[in-house]
Design a protein around this ligand. Structure first.
Ligand SMILES: [Zn+2]
Length: 189
């Protein structure tokens, strides 16, 4: 199996781990991440992961004493309303994961490793949920937002004249954090 293979499943057969290591890349629909019991959509407040959007996972698996270490990156799409005009905005989360899978996981710290497969689904679901924007999302329109009904726009303009600092777009913050992370990695390599 070549390193570039992209799979359609988050269930990794342990027999493929040769020399104690395996690179696993997969693209699955967000619907594959639903909790099998609650079937809850991936949502934090008004922001959710569209069920038909793709979730990309690229991880390195490594056998360690008593289990499996899984480290890499998860990317998913989100959709949520602008806090000013309710225009639906699309964004992307990209987050690093580093977790341990064992046959007897410590609750809340590790994930369960099956006898034949490592199911990455719960790890990916939690990583995406943790990374969804929780601050007010804002469309890139200048104040007052052109999508805002006129009466609300006036109120919004008055509020912004108070000299309050413009709320940073959480997506930019995430990007900056990622770039800072990349910068650190580059320095150490
Ligand atoms: Zn807006």
């Amino acid at each position: 199996m070549s390193k570039g293979d992209r799979h359609g499943s988050l269930s990794v057969p342990l027999r493929l781990i040769s020399d104690g290591q395996l690179a696993w890349s997969a693209t699955v629909p967000a619907s594959a991440l639903l909790d099998p019991e609650s079937r809850d959509v991936l949502r934090i407040a008004d922001v959710e992961v569209p069920l038909d959007s793709d979730v990309d996972v690229a991880v390195a698996l490594e056998l360690i004493g008593g289990g499996l270490s899984v480290a890499g990156e998860v990317t998913a799409a989100w959709r949520g309303p602008c806090a000013r005009c309710w225009l639906l905005l699309d964004g992307e989360v990209r987050t690093a994961v580093r977790e341990v899978f064992t046959s007897e996981p410590r609750e809340g710290e590790q994930y369960r490793l099956g006898p034949e497969y490592a199911d990455l689904t719960p790890m990916v679901r939690e990583a995406v949920l943790l990374e969804l924007p929780i601050e007010a999302i804002r469309c890139p329109h200048p104040e007052p937002c052109p999508n805002l009904p006129a009466e609300l726009a006036e109120a919004s303009e008055e509020a912004s004249e108070g000299g309050s600092a413009e709320l940073a777009d959480p997506r930019w913050e995430a990007l900056e954090a990622l770039e800072a992370l990349r910068g650190r990695t580059d320095e150490t390599s």
